[in-house]
Ligand binder design. Structure first.
Ligand SMILES: [Zn+2]
Length: 250
C-alpha cells in the first residue's frame, strides 16, 4: 500500500484527541500528530532512501515489517499504562503502536509481508496472486488499488463531518467525495478490464525496479525483487537497471 497508510494515522489521532490533556502544549500536540502519521509510513522509509540514494524503489530491510517490533511497542505501552504516569509518553507510544500495526495490516491486504521476521521469511497476505507476483506495476493496475482512494475519501468525509462548518457544505463534501470515488472506481475498472493483463514473469517486468512485492527467500522470484537481507543490503541493486537516472552506490 502507498499513501493510504496515512489514513489510519489520521483517524486514530483524531479519535485520540479527546483523551489529550488540556495542559499539553500545541508543540506536544503537533508531536503526537507527527507520531500518529509518521508511524504509519515509517516502516517503508527504506524505500524512500533507496529511491533517493540508490536509484531503485523497493525495500532493503525486513525488521520494519516484523510484528515483533510492534508487539514490543505494545508491551511498552502496557507497562506505561500500569505505571499510571507519563500519560504523554504513553499516548505517543500507543499511537506509534497502533500506527505500526495498521501498516502491517494494510500491507497484508495489499501485497503481503513477512510478519514473523526474523523467525520466518514466509509472507502473509491476502492480495490476488497477480499483485503478489507482479509487484508495484500490478498493484496500481489491480482493483485492490481502489482501497487507496477509498481510504482518502473516508478521511475527507470524516474530516468534514467533524469540522464546524455549515451542514450544507458537509453534504456537498459528502456528495462530491462519494461521487468522485464511484466515478474513479468505474473508470479504473473499465480501463483495467480493457488493458490489464494477468501478470506473468517476463523479461520486461523482470527488469522493473519499481516492483514492490515480497519474496519468501529474499531472492528474485518470478518477476519481482524480494527483500534483501540487511547484512548485504544492496546485493540486488547491481542487477537493477538504473531507470530513474539516479546513480547506484553499489
Ligand atoms: Zn510496508
Amino acid at each position: 500500500m502507498l499513501a493510504a497508510h496515512l489514513v489510519p494515522g489520521y483517524l486514530m489521532a483524531a479519535k485520540s484527541q479527546s483523551t489529550w490533556k488540556s495542559e499539553w502544549t500545541s508543540r506536544q500536540r503537533a508531536f503526537l500528530w507527527a507520531v500518529a502519521l509518521g508511524s504509519t509510513v515509517a516502516p517503508d522509509i527504506d524505500v524512500v532512501r533507496n529511491m533517493l540514494f540508490y536509484g531503485f524503489l523497493n525495500h532493503s530491510v525486513l525488521w520494519t515489517h516484523s510484528i515483533f517490533v510492534y508487539l514490543g511497542l505494545g508491551l511498552l505501552w502496557l507497562i506505561l499504562y500500569n505505571l499510571k504516569h507519563g500519560s504523554f509518553l504513553k499516548t505517543a507510544v500507543g499511537l506509534a503502536t497502533v500506527g505500526g500495526f495498521s501498516h502491517l495490516l494494510l500491507d497484508v491486504v495489499a501485497h503481503g509481508t513477512p510478519l514473523l521476521y526474523p523467525v520466518s521469511m514466509m509472507p502473509f497476505g491476502i492480495a490476488p496472486a497477480r499483485v503478489v507476483e507482479g509487484g508495484f506495476s500490478a498493484y496500481i493496475t489491480d482493483p485492490i488499488f481502489l482501497l487507496e482512494p477509498l481510504f482518502f475519501g473516508l478521511a475527507i468525509i470524516h474530516w468534514a463531518h467533524h469540522r464546524n462548518i455549515a451542514p450544507r457544505f458537509k453534504k456537498l463534501i459528502l456528495a462530491t467525495t462519494t461521487s468522485g470515488l464511484v466515478l474513479f472506481a468505474v473508470a479504473f475498472i473499465l480501463l483495467c478490464t480493457a488493458s490489464c493483463q494477468p501478470t506473468s514473469p517476463s523479461p520486461t517486468d523482470d527488469a522493473n525496479p519499481l516492483s514492490h512485492a515480497w519474496s519468501a527467500t529474499g531472492e528474485r522470484s518470478g518477476n519481482h525483487f524480494g527483500y534483501v537481507e540487511e547484512k548485504e543490503p544492496f546485493t540486488e541493486v547491481a542487477k537493477v537497471p538504473n531507470l530513474t537516472g539516479i546513480a547506484s552506490a553499489n
